[in-house]
Design a protein. Structure first.
Length: 220
């Protein structure tokens, strides 16, 4: 099975889905990661983009992903682009990788880049013809999804769960490859908080640890 993760910034590709990526890899699935924005220029010096890419490659190896690609769009400026520009970039990736399963951002995130990528993915993966992904799952992004406004229409209410008890440690190891993105406790991007979040979702399904998703589309 071909699996594609489409994320906005370096580290977004693993925060909400890293344990699931590792599980796909362990089960023999072909996993590719695509990061749309360079994730640096809004917060760091421009040369930090190279360091973030190095971190992403290390993290991808830890998780067992086949590859990771960086599209290099400007950080926190995706909503300044015509949405068609982002859609075409995502469509090209979807055509190339021809995934069976796609993971991307939930629409309720407070981060505008996340929203734009999520919208572009839904357009790129629309069910036209025969060659479209048969499943699209939306992941949460700790320090973004839970900080959005209290609107029931945009709340993250998961209805699909993956047991990541066997792969959580690799997810945390992968996150440790991003030293500039880690935060001290109790920040949601601390290693302790990520472990606690996985334990919470695990309690929902009677497992030690889990990751949670919203099903955007699932065709059988």
């Amino acid at each position: 099975m071909r699996v594609l993760v489409l994320a906005s910034h370096p580290d977004d590709e693993l925060l909400g889905v890293g344990g699931t990526i590792a599980r796909h890899a362990d089960e023999g699935d072909d996993v590719s990661l695509v990061v749309c924005s360079e994730g640096a220029t809004a917060r760091y010096e421009p040369e930090a983009a190279t360091a973030l890419q190095d971190s992403g490659r290390q993290a991808a190896r830890v998780l067992g992903a086949r590859n990771i690609r960086f599209l290099g769009m400007r950080d926190q400026h995706l909503d300044a682009l015509p949405i068609l520009t982002v859609i075409r970039a995502v469509e090209a990736v979807v055509r190339e990788f021809a995934p069976d399963v796609v993971y991307t951002h939930h629409w309720g995130d407070v981060n505008r880049d996340h929203k734009v990528v999520g919208e572009a993915v839904m357009v790129a993966c629309r069910p036209v013809g025969e060659n479209y992904p048969r499943a699209v799952y939306l992941f949460e992004t700790p320090s973004s999804t839970e900080w959005s406004w209290p609107d029931p229409a945009s709340a993250f209410v998961p209805n699909h769960f993956v047991d990541v008890s066997s792969t959580l440690e690799r997810k945390l190891q992968a996150m440790a490859c991003y030293p500039t993105e880690l935060r001290p406790e109790p920040h949601p991007r601390s290693l302790a908080a990520l472990r606690s979040r996985a334990a919470y979702w695990g309690q929902i399904i009677g497992r030690a640890h889990a990751e949670a998703f919203v099903v955007a589309r699932q065709v059988r």
